[in-house]
Design a protein around this ligand. Structure first.
Ligand code: ADP
Ligand code: MG
Ligand code: MG
Length: 211
């Protein structure tokens, strides 16, 4: 079935934690170039705490409850900008999913809410060289796929491809939000760390649904 139930959601989150673990050094190197070299450590600390919080015995009643727990855990365990931004995104998505399973239309609304939350908190526009540059195309692509009749799984794969393309497209941009903006023109020529971790999160979703 082409729906996201609680166990699939848990598997997605644990797959994200695994991807963050295996990409920790990459995220650190990207942040070393245009930030303070802690994005790998921040994401790793956050998703290690998340994996502990939602793994094993944790038994939520809805998909949204699980995603809310992810968000709360990220906010409380990550000190950097990415913690509150991702935390708010997962919490906002969770508020849209007060059911034991979600279909593509429901998940599209959740993704839209996640993007709105990131934009409300961080005030980044498209092209500011932030996670928004991966999240926005992923959300838009997911939405379009579902609207044109695709199921959750196909929409998630399209969204993952769009997020990855969006992350790559941050390289030639000059940062206008976050620490990287302090570098001015020297931020040009490096891929944004947060856009890169956003692409990992969507790849984990698509891979889990393909599973
Ligand atoms: P910090 O910058 O506090 O060290 P991280 O290194 O964990 O935090 O995260 C940096 C990432 O956060 C950036 O690469 C960018 O994608 C994202 N980011 C920073 N500020 C904003 C913002 N205002 N809006 C959206 N994303 C942002
Ligand atoms: Mg940093
Ligand atoms: Mg930092």
């Amino acid at each position: 079935v082409d729906t996201l139930d609680i166990e699939t959601t848990r598997a997605w989150i644990l797959a994200t934690a695994a991807a963050v673990d295996s990409h920790r050094d990459v995220l650190t190197e990207l942040d070393a170039a245009i930030g303070d070299a802690d994005h790998g450590a921040n994401m790793h600390r956050g998703f290690t705490a998340v994996a502990a919080a939602v793994g094993g015995d944790y038994a939520p009643e809805t998909v949204g409850q699980l995603l809310g727990k992810v968000g709360m855990t990220l906010i409380s365990s990550v000190g950097g900008a990415s913690g509150p931004l991702y935390g708010s995104a997962f919490r906002a998505a969770g508020r849209q999913l007060a059911t034991p399973e979600a279909d593509g239309d429901q998940f599209a609304l959740a993704l839209r809410a996640a993007l709105d939350a990131v934009r409300a908190l961080g005030a980044a526009a498209a092209g500011d060289k932030t996670m928004v540059d991966a999240l926005m195309p992923a959300v838009t692509t997911f939405d379009e796929a579902v609207t044109s009749g695709a199921g959750l799984r196909a929409a998630a794969r399209a969204a993952a491809t769009a997020a990855d393309a969006g992350a790559r497209a941050t390289t030639p941009l000059q940062a206008r939000k976050g620490r990287a903006s302090y570098l001015g023109e020297r931020s040009i020529g490096h891929q944004d760390p947060g856009a890169t971790s956003t692409a990992l999160i969507f790849a984990a979703l698509a891979d889990t649904l393909d599973g």
